[in-house]
Design a binder for this molecule. Sequence first.
Ligand SMILES: Cc1cc2nc3c(=O)[nH]c(=O)nc-3n(C[C@H](O)[C@H](O)[C@H](O)COP(=O)(O)O)c2cc1C
Length: 215
Amino acid sequence: MDLHLEHIRREYSSRQLSRKDLPKEPLSIVAQWLEEAIEMKVNEPTAVIVATATPDGRPSMRTVLLKELLDDRFVFYSNYESRKGQQIALNRHVALTFLWHELERQIHIEGTIERLSPQESDAYFDQRPYKSRVGARISPQSRPIPSREYIMGLFAAESLRFIGRHIPRPEHWGGWAVTPQRIELWQGRDSRLHDRFLYEKDETTGEWTLHRIAP
Ligand SMILES: Cc1cc2nc3c(=O)[nH]c(=O)nc-3n(C[C@H](O)[C@H](O)[C@H](O)COP(=O)(O)O)c2cc1C
């Protein structure tokens, strides 16, 4: 099948990013860009694409929702036995991408990932809506299931089992935190001459270096 999309083209010109706008360390500007995306009411401002890879380097990606920026780490929640969970168990290197079309901005992050403590995961799980807690318990995320009816049946049975009671977090579900080593801020500009700034963390000193990189 052919699909011709060459005619779809627009310029990015709403904003710019200069070195003088940038702090010594990147986390505060990442937080600022997230807050601006939320204030601007862009669609799903906290959505972030998470790339994982097998130990031999086969990548896969999916979108999740960022729930916290905690101690300079990016926190999201998912199923530990999912496809991403299986890849993370064997390879702690991950990458994240935030894309805010309305702001003509994206951020790329690379780093390593670790699980939150069970207590931290419990604290977040307990504030989720009832149905989301039930869903997390019954869904064998990423694995084949026979039908929609099958999962709805599990959901109904589990909902009844816990009605009026505390629903405990299942062990297969919880938080992950990504510690960044590389953060790139991208601001779209005219003629595809975008502003790009790259922060890299020195592993021994913990200091961040900052470079403008070519569009
Ligand atoms: C906007 C959006 C937000 C999502 N948020 C989450 C999330 O926070 N946690 C999660 O496990 N899956 C979330 N998903 C579903 C994932 O993209 C994905 O389907 C699921 O985590 C299974 O991925 P895996 O099979 O690669 O492990 C979201 C999907 C979309 C489109």
